[in-house]
Design a protein around this ligand. Structure first.
Ligand SMILES: [Zn+2]
Length: 410
């Protein structure tokens, strides 16, 4: 009896207290109706003047006559929550304001990671793929059990960092991949090349073959940080997705189409963020003072590569911002770069972070679209991103799995 009373009281607070942040478990059997004048369905289609009906964590139907309306989002652009295929969710600045990387284990670093998750969710990203730190694992699990607010997280756990022979024999690499699977990795991240300035391969064809083949055998996808020759080598090794990619040739990109390999190139945010936060990165490991002019010069090279990729018919370009310290919660700036600076079609840009990204994660039947049976991951923008891409900065409503985390209205 006591429990029932407490629950009723909580429900009273949730329904009538008017908070913008709800409890983190969807309310059982409670129907929620969202009214919308414009809905981007996540697959490139648009619905007008309709209502989305949600029960528990899922969308159960689209019904223009559903009542009563709980959230009136007419006048806004409603769409599926975005998916960012490439972030580093635990990467933060330290108490001294300097770049502290993604591997910190202090209470400060832990709270910073939780704050990154919150900022990312508030920015409209309801799922992220975090690639490169074992610290992602407890954060992923805390969010998954509803203990912390944040986007759904998929993670690679520890990445395979290419270092020539020292990366290990094929047998050792296969063992490393199995170890990540045992640690709970959702995918495997591989660094197969240096940078756009030093694009040389850091793993041999044989080593890449071992990593991607073993991952596939375990049912894990492989995301490969690659430039130039490492792109083709990764495709030939049967890896799933190429991160970054500049200096790949048209023939390499066409081979990706043939083999069904995904491309996640960047159009600016990651480099703009380094320049914006130069004082915080400068002098920290990997970021000597003299690297910053080079980063500025890299931006046109990334733009040119993105434009080159857009011209390859059938190439599947997915959204990944490479968000790290300073850019968590600003992931959507990458949409603006893609549309404004490289001429990506705004509808394609939205789809690349909805159904296409979901497909790349192997989760198309769960997230990325507004359709019955899918998770109720729903956001609303004040403005129309198809007409004005800067509307992606104005996320005023966020629901993930049927739970409303942001409802700023107008
Ligand atoms: Zn990255």
């Amino acid at each position: 009896m006591g429990t029932i009373k407490i629950c009723s009281f909580l429900l009273f607070v949730v329904f009538f207290g008017g908070p913008s942040i709800s409890t983190q478990a969807p309310q059982k059997n409670k129907q929620i109706v969202i009214a919308a004048s414009t809905v981007l369905d996540g697959k490139g289609g648009v619905l007008h003047d309709t209502r989305i009906v949600i029960e528990d964590s899922k969308i159960v139907r689209i019904d223009p006559n559903a009542t009563p309306v709980n959230y009136d989002l007419r006048g806004l652009t409603v769409m599926p929550g975005w998916i960012d295929s490439h972030v580093h969710i635990t990467w933060s600045f330290g108490p001294d304001g300097k770049n502290a990387g993604a591997g910190g284990t202090t209470p400060y670093a832990t709270y910073a990671a939780a704050a990154n998750a919150w900022a990312t969710l508030m920015a409209g990203f309801t799922t992220v793929q975090s690639v490169g730190s074992t610290n992602d694992l407890p954060l992923r699990d805390a969010i998954a059990r509803g203990a912390l607010p944040g986007p759904r997280i998929l993670t690679s756990a520890e990445p395979l960092i290419g270092n020539g022979e020292k990366s290990g024999t094929p047998d050792e690499i296969r063992a490393f991949v199995r170890k990540q699977k045992e640690a709970g990795a959702d995918l495997i991240k591989i660094f197969a090349a240096g940078s756009v300035r030093r694009p040389q391969m850091l793993l041999s064809q044989e080593q890449l073959n071992a990593a991607c083949y073993e991952a596939k055998k375990l049912g894990l996808r492989t995301l490969v940080h690659a430039y130039k020759d490492a792109v083709r080598a990764s495709v030939l090794a049967g890896c799933t997705e190429i991160e970054h990619g500049p200096l790949a040739t048209d023939d390499d990109l066409k081979l990706m189409v043939q083999k069904g390999v995904w491309l996640d190139p960047q159009a600016g945010l990651v480099m703009e963020n380094y320049l914006l936060n130069k004082d915080k990165f400068s002098g920290t490991p990997g970021y000597p003072e003299e690297v910053f002019p080079a980063i500025r010069e890299m931006i046109p090279a990334y733009h040119d590569f993105f434009k080159q990729a857009l011209k390859i018919p059938g190439l599947k370009i997915v959204f990944g911002s490479d968000a790290l310290a300073g850019s968590h919660g600003r992931n959507a700036e990458e949409f603006i770069d893609r549309v404004r600076d490289v001429g990506m079609d705004p509808i394609a840009a939205m789809v690349s972070a909805n159904s296409l990204a979901a497909e790349a994660l192997g989760m198309r039947d769960k997230i990325g679209s507004i359709a019955p049976g899918l998770e109720a991951d729903i956001i609303a923008l004040d403005g129309d991103p198809i007409k004005d891409i800067t509307a992606v900065r104005r996320v005023v409503f966020v629901m993930r799995g049927g739970v409303v985390y942001k409802d700023k209205g107008r």
